[in-house]
Design a protein around this ligand. Sequence first.
Ligand SMILES: Nc1ncnc2c1ncn2[C@@H]1O[C@H](COP(=O)(O)OP(=O)(O)OP(=O)(O)O)[C@@H](O)[C@H]1O
Ligand SMILES: [Mg+2]
Length: 298
Amino acid sequence: MNDTAAHHSILVGVDGSASALRAARWAAQEAARRNMPVHLFHACVLPPLGPHTAAVTEAGIVEALIEQGHQWLREARREAWDAAPGVQVQTDLRVGAAAQELINESARARLVVLGSRGLGGFAGMLVGSVAVGVAAHGDCPVIVVRGRLPEDEPPTGGPIVVGVDGSAISDDAVEFAFEEAGLRAVPLIAVHTWLDISVAETWSTPPFDVDLDAIEADERRLLAERMAGWREKYPDVELRQEVVRDRPLRGLLAQAEGAQLIVVGSRGRGAFTGMGLGSTSQALLHHSECPVAVVRPR
Ligand SMILES: Nc1ncnc2c1ncn2[C@@H]1O[C@H](COP(=O)(O)OP(=O)(O)OP(=O)(O)O)[C@@H](O)[C@H]1O
Ligand SMILES: [Mg+2]
């Protein structure tokens, strides 16, 4: 793909799993809404080099893995066309480590779409290492497609939820969420949670004289101020604002019941700069019941 076409395609990680096929379908519908091509991408992970490498190569294992990768890509292309007939699809196979290859390729994409699980992992695992790694270090928004359980279809209806913590990264997430809500013509729920510890669980009465209701009123005003500019930019999107006195993960999960997408920044105010994913974003990938979009500044 040349660079002028860059940032105008939706990159999908394909690994032969049912979860990746669901990602391909989700991405194809997104591509149709955004009028962009889908770029189906398989990283072919070869057996590690070692004393038996020569024997492995002789046995034709490398060729077999590559052929299998191409077969998975053809299968994913059929799913994409089935989900969004007429959508433009490009396929690519590269030999290398999956997370690293997808992160490299994400620099040229508008979005990355992945399944929550792949062929590896173990039965009870909720989200795979490639999904977490690309969400943490991808160069554009990364959507991990999931339903309630790893094998469930993602929900298709309902509002979009965005977590707002007032940081610059959460502003990028808010913009992405408005764009998504506009494309789908569904309401957007902006959720601000403002208590990192649970007062009720920690003390029967707060140990000092704080007026929680006054703080909450302030938080509500700050959220409204923060959203005012976006409201102007996206007047067609129906916006609901929720200020929740709870920890971020619980607050967001509760608000996202029945939603079709949760959007968060890669990290919030709490995480230090070197960290790829803040704890809330990380936990959402494991516990959300709908697709999660992790937005990182480019
Ligand atoms: N080799 C690959 N090439 C392209 N995309 C991949 C590859 N491996 C994984 N993916 C993408 O990442 C998603 C999540 O898979 P992941 O590998 O993270 O989970 P897993 O295989 O269950 O666990 P793990 O690999 O950590 O043992 C897949 O649905 C797919 O979209
Ligand atoms: Mg895997």
